[in-house]
Design a protein around this ligand. Structure first.
Ligand code: ACM
Ligand code: ZN
Length: 726
């Protein structure tokens, strides 16, 4: 019996030891194969180096991170070339006396060093006298060759040191592509010798608060960044957007547009109708001169030429563009865009390089050697792969790190599968990898870390590891990884919405349950102006109120908080019958959203409360469950014309006692103006005393966007909020 107890105790204590020892033995992205062995290697002043001269750059990198000159002779690190290994593949073998790295080239060697670095003790600091590293064996190689991240340094400028820090972080996680979005409506960020106004004028905007904002990279800055990246085997891909997103260039040189009118560098976010004129040969000369300088600076094989979101409104009105359509026997403005892209592609190909474009460049005919970056879902990528074009997958559903955690959390990113179902093996080979996109409209430099981390860890693993489908295992490795990110000073954000909530209506009371994103999080809440109290269980409340929730004792710089506004009214919690269906991408909280007592945010239509309907009316029936008397019905709609969300042109309300025979209660027309800018909410209110059980609300869609709108001819959205009955 005693022996059995001892055995059990021994078993448990060895499990604990294993766990403790294993805490830092977590590498992200997960290696294809890793076998733990017993013992440790002691890295210290007694450690020496043996290396093949091909790896001198990697050796210097290693020396720099460990601050040792590696002149000892007690144990050794060996960097050895193995010509039989593939590009990027490596072996890392850590035994008590030797750390052996084998790779066929510097890339593989660098990956091995980054894995080694992730195995350093958790409390590792530069100048630590002795680093004990667990003995183990790794054989590793990437699933995809394109493992990228886009930084939008146009909407918000990112300084040179910030970019270099991101290069370090990408390399640490075995990502290999940094895609720099360098030109935009709101700022041109690359100095071009031939066109100095691009940075004298185009790099600066006057923000809405009157402040002059901007910045740019000189040629020397860019060369410095490229060299820095090269040492860690990161390739920088420049993006020069055309024909759209070009207001900053047009503001610098007005002859580039169809109208020639002078414009300001944009200070709003969205899609704008002034784009490069496709009928004017001097535009192509300008772009070829710009691209020539870009190709001189950037050694990358690829140049990204954008191609997304180019409204055709100006081209339809422009004599030169229309002449080009006739002369080139093109069918319409989409074929004109294709002509534009193909002409640029020809120029870039002639210079020995290849283009990448966003999936819009498929429309109207795809340029012969183009690689497609699929962002509007995966369909563009599928089509391109079927046509034998290479594809980089970055659908908004999983890869847009400017979206909030409500839309894309860590688990969602981890579930990303870059190869769509249904492709043949040959077509699948055209999916060369993926990219996460960090657009910066709402993300100044200092906030980027909190959006990118930890989500990029999931992206890195999706793109590198073959065996990446166990989220729980990944999540536990992420938790072990935070101290390693601390060493880089990363201000990581949350894995999912830090404070989330669920509202149930029970016996006409609100039951508000608060969810926290991790177990140890402490939450306090207050109702209206009452005192803060610790949150321990769901809050039951029977009136309209504002509940504020906040995180206390946070390990992050910006503790989480949430405001929940509860509105009590007669339709609260009542069933809504949908005669037209809401869009699957904007379902809010599904069928309960319009009667859950919660208003949508004033400025954010993605807050999970606004329900979206595309290209159709909203038609719903609310069942009050019994005949009730009321004197007010109201609801609100969102408008953001640059996202094609337009207030409905008419609201009709009907009532019924049996759910079949409806009579008109009231109706209102509204002069919706799709040209009205900004984001705002408009309330429709009807006051008339009546009684009924069923209330039908019809909101009429504005219809097609008018000629003046940048997206003329497109259908509109309706976004609707709570329907309140009093
Ligand atoms: C994009 O997000 N417009 C590529
Ligand atoms: Zn034109």
């Amino acid at each position: 019996m005693i022996r059995l107890l001892i055995l059990i105790l021994f078993f448990f204590s060895s499990c604990l030891n294993e766990k403790k020892k294993g805490d830092n033995l977590t590498i992200i992205p997960k290696p294809q194969k890793m076998i733990l062995e017993s013992g440790v290697f002691s890295l210290n002043n007694n450690t020496g180096i043996k290396f093949d001269s091909l790896f001198i750059n990697e050796l210097n990198f290693l020396k720099n991170i460990i601050s040792l000159d590696l002149t000892g002779s007690k144990n050794y690190i060996v960097l050895k070339q193995n010509i039989f290994l593939e590009d990027e593949e490596y072996y890392l073998n850590i035994s008590k006396n030797t750390i052996t790295i084998e790779a066929s080239n510097g890339k593989g060697c660098m990956h091995a060093i980054q894995s080694l670095r992730q195995l350093f003790p958790i409390n590792y600091k530069k100048n630590t006298e002795n680093l004990e590293i667990q003995c183990l064996e790794i054989h590793d190689f990437p699933r995809f060759k394109w493992r990228g991240m886009l930084l939008d340094c146009c909407r918000h400028f990112m300084d040179k040191d910030f970019i270099k820090r991101y290069i370090d972080l990408l390399a640490f996680h075995k990502m290999n592509i940094l895609h720099l979005h360098l030109t935009e409506d709101q700022g041109w960020r690359i100095a071009i010798e031939k066109y100095p106004k691009l940075t004298d004028i185009g790099a600066w905007r006057i923000n809405k608060n009157g402040e002059k904002y901007g910045g740019f990279y000189s040629k020397d800055d860019l060369i410095e960044i490229i060299e820095y990246a090269k040492k860690q085997h990161i390739e920088i891909i420049p993006e020069i957007e055309l024909p759209g997103h070009s207001v900053a260039a047009i503001a610098s040189y007005p002859y580039l547009s169809c109208t020639g009118d002078s414009l300001e560098v944009e200070n709003d976010w969205g899609v704008f109708k002034d784009i490069y004129c496709a009928g004017n040969d001097s535009v192509y000369t300008f772009l070829e001169n710009v691209l020539t300088e870009v190709m001189e600076i950037f050694p990358s094989q690829y140049i990204h030429i954008g191609g997304d979101e180019a409204p055709k409104y100006r081209w339809r009105e422009c004599i030169k563009c229309q002449k080009r359509i006739r002369d080139e026997k093109l069918k319409d403005e989409h074929e004109l865009q294709s002509y534009f892209i193909k002409r640029i592609e020809k120029f870039i190909s002639k210079n020995g390089k290849r283009i990448i474009g966003w999936d819009e460049i498929i429309e109207g005919g795809i340029a012969p050697s183009a690689t497609i970056q699929s962002w509007r879902g995966i369909d563009g990528g599928i089509l391109a792969a079927q046509k034998n074009h290479d594809v980089i997958m970055s659908p908004t559903s999983h890869c847009y790190f400017d979206y909030d955690l409500q839309a894309i959390n860590l688990e969602k990113v981890y579930s990303f599968e870059p190869i769509p179902k249904g492709l043949t093996e040959k077509e699948s080979k055209h999916i060369i990898g993926g990219e996460c996109n960090m657009w910066s409209e709402h993300a100044p430099q200092e906030s980027i870390d909190s959006k990118v981390f930890p989500r990029i860890l999931a992206m890195a693993e999706v793109l590198w590891s073959e065996n990446n489908k166990d989220f729980k295992d990944f999540q536990s490795r992420v938790r072990n990884h935070y101290p390693k990110l601390d060493l880089f000073g990363v201000k990581y954000g949350y894995e999912k919405t830090p404070i989330d909530y669920d509202i149930k209506i029970i016996n006409n009371n609100f039951r508000v349950e608060i969810f926290k994103s991790y177990k140890k999080m402490d939450l306090k809440y207050k109702i209206d102006d009452n005192n803060w109290q610790k949150y321990t269980r769901p809050i039951i409340i029977n009136k309209s109120a504002i509940i504020n929730v906040k995180e206390v004792n946070s390990i992050r710089d910006n503790p989480a908080s949430k405001e929940i506004k509860l509105n009590k009214h007669l339709a609260l919690g009542k069933k809504i019958n949908y005669l037209t269906a809401y869009d699957k991408n904007y379902p809010a909280n599904g069928n309960n959203s319009l009667s859950n007592g919660i208003f949508g945010d004033l400025s954010n239509f993605r807050d999970g409360q606004w329900q979206g309907f595309f290209a159709k009316d909203v038609e719903v029936i609310i069942d009050l469950e019994e005949e009730l008397e009321f004197s007010e019905i109201k609801t609100s709609f969102f408008q953001y014309n640059l996202s094609w969300i337009i207030i409905p042109k008419k609201i009709e309300i009907m009532i019924s006692s049996n759910g079949k025979d409806f009579i008109i209660y009231d109706q209102k027309n509204f002069n919706s103006n799709p040209m009205q800018e900004g984001k705002f909410k408009k309330e429709f209110k009807f006051n008339k005393k009546q009684s009924a059980r069923f209330i039908k609300l019809i909101a009429k869609n504005f219809g097609k966007l008018p000629e003046k709108h940048p997206a003329a001819g497109s259908d509109c959205w309706i976004f609707i909020d709570e329907i309140i009955i009093k």
